[in-house]
Ligand binder design. Structure first.
Ligand code: PEP
Length: 252
């Protein structure tokens, strides 16, 4: 945790969820609005097809809504893509950019992630910028080097960067049930904090740095209690309100 920084627990539903699953979003909202979800800010990022319905279900409440990706351009001939202002218009407050699944399956580069993050800020969204090393990079002792390069290359240079959120997600920990040691997480987060200071000056000390990768109710306490860990980006365990809320309860 970082003193004076309100943590964020964000759920990434990835390519999961139909209208029927909005019951989980509604259950999350009820807990948040009833003051039963702890002190952290909570956000849920369903697939784009559910954004408008989710926004309607969350209207007037305290559970934030996010999207999972955006295009770097404001509009244009980009069939199938979604622009940041469209996400804002649909009711999103957050957008995840540079998730490792986008970097891996859509060959997104740091430069493209940075452009998306800047587009998000311009549209009035908070960008959750993801970074993280692969298993091979970790085993080669290059985790810090890779994450540092991604931070320098992917974070926005323009816009309201004081709202930016960074998510450190080791690729090998995502969806695998594996997690780094507490010492490894703390080491990477400390490096990210230092780099945020270099990039953004004093504002960098207050930006939220989330940990992501197989966060579950059982390991949340240890991971989220570490220095410079200001919340979590949660995949699989965010699909069910009961699990997501159990993770958020770490901040009770
Ligand atoms: C993610 O996709 O951002 C993630 C952290 O997934 P999981 O929690 O399932 O490992």
């Amino acid at each position: 945790m970082t003193p004076g920084v309100r943590p964020l627990v964000a759920g990434n539903w990835k390519m999961n969820g139909l209208s029927a699953n909005l019951s989980e979003v509604k259950a999350m909202r009820e807990a948040v609005d009833a003051g039963k979800a702890g002190e952290a800010e909570l956000a849920v990022c369903p697939p784009a097809t559910l954004l408008a319905q989710a926004a309607w279900a969350l209207r007037g409440g305290k559970l934030s809504l996010g999207a999972q990706d955006c295009h770097a351009k404001e509009s244009g001939a980009y069939t199938g893509d979604i622009a940041a202002p469209m996400l804002k218009d649909a009711g999103a407050a957050y957008v995840i950019v540079g998730h490792s699944e986008r970097r891996q399956y859509h060959s997104e580069t740091d430069e493209q992630v940075k452009a998306k993050a800047e587009a998000a800020l311009k549209a009035g969204l908070t960008a959750i910028v993801c970074v993280g090393e692969t298993r091979a990079e970790r085993e080669a002792g290059k985790a810090i080097e890779v994450v540092s390069r991604q931070i320098r290359g992917s974070l926005p240079a323009a816009g309201a960067f004081e709202t930016v959120v960074v998510a450190y997600e080791p690729v090998w920990a995502i969806g695998t049930g594996l997690t780094p040691t507490a010492a490894d997480v703390a080491e990477v987060h400390a490096v990210i904090r230092k780099l945020l200071g270099e990039l953004y000056g004093a504002a960098g000390a207050k930006l939220r740095i989330l940990y992501g990768g197989s966060v579950k109710p059982a390991n949340a306490k240890e991971l989220l209690g570490l220095d410079n860990v200001d919340g979590a980006l949660v995949g699989g365990a965010s699909l069910k309100a009961v699990d997501f809320l159990a993770i958020a309860a770490t901040y009770a």
